[in-house]
Write a protein that binds this ligand. Sequence first.
Ligand SMILES: CC(C)(COP(=O)(O)OP(=O)(O)OC[C@H]1O[C@@H](n2cnc3c(N)ncnc32)[C@H](O)[C@@H]1OP(=O)(O)O)[C@@H](O)C(=O)NCCC(=O)NCCS
Length: 132
Amino acid sequence: MSKNENITYKKNNPITAGELISVFSSVGWNKQSKNIVPAFQNSYYVTAYNDNDLIGFARAISDGYYYTNIFDVIVKPAYQKRGIGKEMMRMLREKFKGTYLFLTYTKGNMEFYKKCGFENNDKSMWIHIYRS
Ligand SMILES: CC(C)(COP(=O)(O)OP(=O)(O)OC[C@H]1O[C@@H](n2cnc3c(N)ncnc32)[C@H](O)[C@@H]1OP(=O)(O)O)[C@@H](O)C(=O)NCCC(=O)NCCS
């Protein structure tokens, strides 16, 4: 980490669509800007900043008692491999202690989640119902 960097973490702090889209697009993910802030506001999310610049986030949707699902775990490429993703996952683990935490990993990311304490589970299923 360069001596000019000041990485801090926040929870459910105000965020803008522009900030979120900038992080999504840094890793090639497209999200519709009109939906992204409400989607985060309907989740519990943690964010990482270098000073005032949003450089990463992770979010979860939980019933608060039994089950939690984790989505959108991203660290901007320039800040990856410095423990920022793992720290955000630690914050979500801490928040949702006592629940089962689930996530779906994308190609190449299974080892990262194993380092965050997750085990592989080949019994999950999913479907995406498109709006007509
Ligand atoms: C996946 C991602 C969030 C990891 O964030 P990160 O800040 O780089 O991860 P960390 O530095 O906290 O890594 C924690 C540990 O996992 C390891 N790790 C991280 N990414 C890894 C990968 N792709 N493959 C193997 N190991 C990995 C690190 O070496 C580190 O190991 P250590 O604890 O032994 O030192 C980040 O690479 C990213 O944003 N990728 C693009 C978006 C994406 O694919 N998100 C996940 C969708 S399922």
